[in-house]
Design a protein around this ligand. Structure first.
Ligand SMILES: Nc1ncnc2c1ncn2[C@@H]1O[C@H](COP(=O)(O)OP(=O)(O)OP(=O)(O)O)[C@@H](O)[C@H]1O
Length: 230
């Protein structure tokens, strides 16, 4: 589904990503972990063709993300607020994204209804612009928008950050439910408990390189706690 080959990114002579080979398979949720500056976001930005690699390539469904647009309809993503249109209300923004995916009004309402609990009355129909929402609520808008159209792959950068504990639990349930509907998640997170729980596979980065690649779950949590406790 996703294959990465000889990928590097260098800024001012410093190589911040150096991944010689990585293949991600459909149906296997992957959690990307690593300390600040390990290269997780840069890797995601190259995957989404937002940053040009210095060398190497990333293919989604056998198409290089550079120079093709085919993959875009199969990939949902939310990395940061720049993905949103801040002068719209969430309702207007969801309509905008829904239109891109040819959702009619009923379809969009049915889709958004699934997230009532997650939204906790703070998102829909509040007349607030996205720019005026709290950080956690902005994150919820971005996460839910990334799921519109039931993409094959959803890439999320630190989705649990800024969410209150109830919302974190609800997000885990959403990820679990959407995985069953066929979405494969690629998630970076500093929350070791959550990321090991929702991921089938954990990829650990250090200084741009992959230094461990293991199955998710309790055993991964033990390994990661040991690593980060150094
Ligand atoms: N545009 C840029 N110019 C120069 N250096 C950059 C640029 N973008 C990223 N970097 C550097 O690349 C390195 C990796 O950053 P990146 O944001 O990918 O790390 P990360 O693993 O996502 O970190 P965090 O956990 O703090 O979000 C950092 O040293 C960062 O300063």
């Amino acid at each position: 589904m996703i294959s990465i080959l000889n990928l590097t990114k260098t800024y001012n002579y410093a190589t911040v990503v150096d991944v010689s080979s990585l293949t991600l398979e459909k149906g296997i949720n992957v959690g990307l972990v690593g300390n600040n500056g390990a290269g997780k976001t840069t890797l995601f930005r190259m995957l989404l063709d937002l940053v040009i690699p210095t060398t190497g390539e990333i293919n989604i469904n056998n198409k290089n993300v550079r120079g093709s647009d085919d993959w875009k309809k199969h990939v949902g993503s939310f990395l940061d607020e720049r993905f949103l249109i801040s002068y719209l209300t969430p309702t207007e923004y969801f309509k905008f994204v829904g239109d891109l995916h040819h959702y009619d009004q009923d379809q969009l309402e049915t889709f958004l209804n699934e997230f009532q609990e997650f939204f906790n009355g703070e998102i829909l129909g509040t007349k607030k612009y996205i720019r005026d929402l709290s950080k956690g609520n902005i994150k919820k808008v971005g996460i839910v928008a990334s799921l519109i159209g039931i993409p094959e792959i959803v890439v999320l950068d630190e989705p649990f950050e800024n969410l209150d504990p109830s919302s974190q639990m609800r997000l885990k349930a959403i990820i679990e439910q959407k995985s069953k509907q066929g979405i494969t998640f690629l998630i970076s997170s500093h929350d070791l408990n959550h990321v090991t729980e929702i991921s089938d596979r954990i990829v650990l980065m250090e200084k741009g390189k992959i230094i461990n690649d293991m199955q998710g779950g309790q055993q991964a949590l033990v390994v990661l706690e040991h690593y980060f406790n150094k």
